[in-house]
Design a protein around this ligand. Structure first.
Ligand code: G3P
Ligand code: CA
Length: 291
């Protein structure tokens, strides 16, 4: 373990010492860089989540980073959708009655392409589609944006890591420019993140959740970010994560989710996080002077 990590881990483990951290950590963060702002599922407070419209809305707001969720259809196409069912964010119940519970993995790409993924959000988005990963990446590229790609429910989709990397490679997203500054692949599954790292060691990765301090050393061997719910972290935890060097030799970063109001954004920025993931990225950017 790195010497900084030893010191920070010791601090984090000492309850009383950790309690002393906030004011200094907040000061340090206030003096440092503002956080990177990531549009969660696109700018999903303003446009239907995980659609091209949500990507474009983020772009119009000047938000560079967008987050999405990738899953797989019955016939093996990668699509961008959060839930493992199509029910909440499309009109699948009307178009395909009798096929409950309408799992993504039980529908072909052609069937999913028929669905309206916008009307549930608002009539002005009627006709929005569930994008394929290929369509999604095209749009992010066209908008000169950056992508925090989440492999969702990987246990349902064996081999999705290799397949995701293949699509990214085909779209030109594994060249040096994209790898170093425009792409992070994350998952709640540490095993999935490890697989991505082993297949393409040059790709930056993130582990979603709030792993125990005891696990950070092992995770740092194959990841660059630890991305927790904002409600689970403290300045001490953020400092502890930062004390480990990640897979590419830089301190592990922390991108916290999902922060949708200015007061919480300022508090979480004060913890020293590197990024904030938000349905209202404009609100977070304006509250934190982030970018
Ligand atoms: O990127 C963080 C966040 O997307 C993780 O939670 O459920 O919105 O995918 P969820
Ligand atoms: Ca997600």
């Amino acid at each position: 373990m790195h010497a900084r990590a030893v010191a920070a881990t010791t601090t984090a483990l000492l309850g009383a010492a950790a309690l002393l951290l906030p004011s200094s950590a907040v000061r340090a963060a206030e003096e440092g860089e503002p956080p990177t702002v990531v549009a969660h599922r696109g700018a999903s407070a303003y446009a239907p989540e995980n659609t091209l419209a949500a990507v474009d809305t983020a772009a119009r707001m000047g938000i560079s980073w967008v987050e999405n969720d990738v899953q797989r259809t019955k016939d093996g196409e990668l699509v961008v959708i959060h839930d493992d069912s199509l029910q909440r964010t499309t009109d699948v119940e009307e178009v395909f009655p009798g096929r409950a519970p309408w799992k993504v993995k039980d529908f072909t790409a052609a069937e999913i392409a028929r669905l309206d993924a916008g009307s549930w959000f608002g009539p002005s988005y009627a006709g929005a589609r569930v994008p394929t990963l290929e369509q999604y990446v095209h749009r992010v590229e066209r908008n000169h944006q950056k992508l925090l790609l989440e492999i969702k429910n990987p246990a349902l989709y064996p081999g999705i890591e290799r397949q995701t990397l293949k699509v990214l490679a085909n779209e030109g997203w594994l060249d040096q420019e994209h790898r170093t500054s425009r792409l992070v692949v994350q998952s709640f599954s540490a095993d999935s993140v490890r697989t991505v790292h082993e297949l393409k060691p040059g790709v930056k990765t993130g582990i979603l959740g709030t792993p125990s301090v005891a696990n950070l050393s092992a995770y740092a061997a194959f990841t660059d970010q630890i991305n927790p719910s904002h409600s689970t972290i403290s300045p001490g935890y953020v400092a502890t994560v930062h004390a480990f060097d990640g897979a590419h030799g830089k301190p592990l970063e922390v991108f916290a989710w999902t922060v949708n109001d200015a007061e919480t954004a300022r508090r979480v920025a004060g913890y020293g996080v590197d990024g904030i993931i938000s349905n209202k990225p404009d609100v977070v950017r304006d509250a934190t002077d982030g970018s």
